[in-house]
Design a protein around this ligand. Sequence first.
Ligand code: PCA
Length: 213
Amino acid sequence: MALLLTGYEPFGDHDENPSERIARELDGEEVAGHEIAGRVLPVEFERTADEMRALVETVDPVAVVATGLAAGRAGISVERVGINVDDCGSTPDNADAEPRNERIRPGDEAGYFATLPVVTVVRRLLEDGIPARVSNAAGTHLCNNVLYSTLAYLERENRDTSMGFVHLPCTPEQAARRAREGDGTSGASVEPSLPLALQTEAIRRTFEVTLAG
Ligand code: PCA
């Protein structure tokens, strides 16, 4: 039985996305006897949900962990809920789409709860010394979009697949680069970060806890 892990390509003013690197690194690795299929999704409102649906149909996973970058957040955030809103804020997607206050699925539920054991995952990460928290808002960009759309799809199809979304912070190298390019040497703050290896370990453990049910 397979596990599906998705990351996102770089977007906005980010020249890399830790979620993409982790999805590539964990592709083919086993967790508790289950092989991870690590895939990278486009940051495009028109395409992402369909690509995720196609992945679920081909990989047929027991659990789906989608991940993306939330620059500025300290630590790992495990999202509790996806909401029925697309709004790109000040960051158009990679095809220059700029949805504002739109419904992802008009007429459908306001929100869907992640079906991963969100609180248990965060407890385990904290016990293991990995800074983490439950987040009650995945934003209104593609990360929320894929969480909401996939949960809605799994429910409609009556699929017994645990699904959730994990937001990742910048890597230290990325935070340093952004501070160098910005006003870091003039006294501005630097974005919080975690080493990629620790972020990768957090995703492994998210699957482990999910499989332990
Ligand atoms: N983060 C964005 C979209 C892609 C990504 O990695 C988000 O938080 O919605």
